[in-house]
Write a protein that binds this ligand. Structure first.
Ligand code: IMP
Length: 191
């Protein structure tokens, strides 16, 4: 089965590829899609659908898109759907610093990552989600992963996703949980 992953985010694609076996995973580059897809909505679900449906219309293949972000309790759930450009720029380092700056005045460091996958398979639309609870450090630790990973420590661990191996992140992350749900769904369909 061929499945297009509607993302240009190398960090995300790397994580997803490690979780999806037995499927011919195609990137946007593979299908020749170069446009930027707008993500103007206030929910992860709507943004994931916007990306998946744009790519589905472009190539006619089965496709899935993930929309994800960091939700910080003391910031009222921000950056949320604005995670990729919280500082006003699509710059991981600046976005991460923006969160640290805004959190300076708060003791509550709790946060969670959320991912929502929208799968368009043979014309039907399906959603799968995953959450990873944790807390925000006071400064960066490690440079692995991407985005906010150097300041995010998942519950039950003492090291950030910037330090923990990718294999650990892929056991417990929001994206891994959502991708696993989709993979289980596809495995039942393919049989
Ligand atoms: P999207 O491409 O619109 O879904 O934006 C996702 C953004 O959320 C990324 O650019 C990161 O800033 C943040 N994000 C989502 N998942 C992760 C993760 O696993 N690690 C670090 N940052 C993440």
């Amino acid at each position: 089965m061929q499945l297009v992953v509607a993302s240009n985010n190398k960090g995300k694609i790397l994580e997803i590829a490690a979780l999806v076996a037995g499927v011919d995973l195609l990137s946007l580059k593979d299908i020749g899609f170069t446009d930027e897809i707008p993500e103007p909505y206030n929910t992860f679900e709507e943004n994931a659908y916007a990306k998946a449906s744009a790519i589905s219309a472009f190539c006619g293949l089965n496709v899935f898109a993930d929309d994800s972000g960091l939700c910080v309790t003391a910031l009222g759930g921000a950056p949320g759907v604005d995670s990729a450009h919280f500082s006003g720029e699509r710059n991981d380092e600046k976005n991460l610093q923006e969160v640290l700056d805004r959190l300076k005045q708060y003791d509550d460091r709790s946060a969670f990552y959320k991912a929502v996958i929208c799968l368009i398979c043979e014309g039907a639309v399906y959603y799968f989600d995953g959450v990873c609870e944790g807390s925000i450090l006071y400064e960066k630790s490690g440079d692995g992963g991407f985005g906010y990973d150097p300041v995010f420590v998942p519950d039950g661990y003492t090291q950030s996703f910037g330090t923990l191996p990718l294999a650990v992140k892929n056991q417990i992350s929001h994206r891994a949980k959502a991708v696993r749900k989709m993979v289980e769904f596809l495995a039942l369909r393919i049989k």
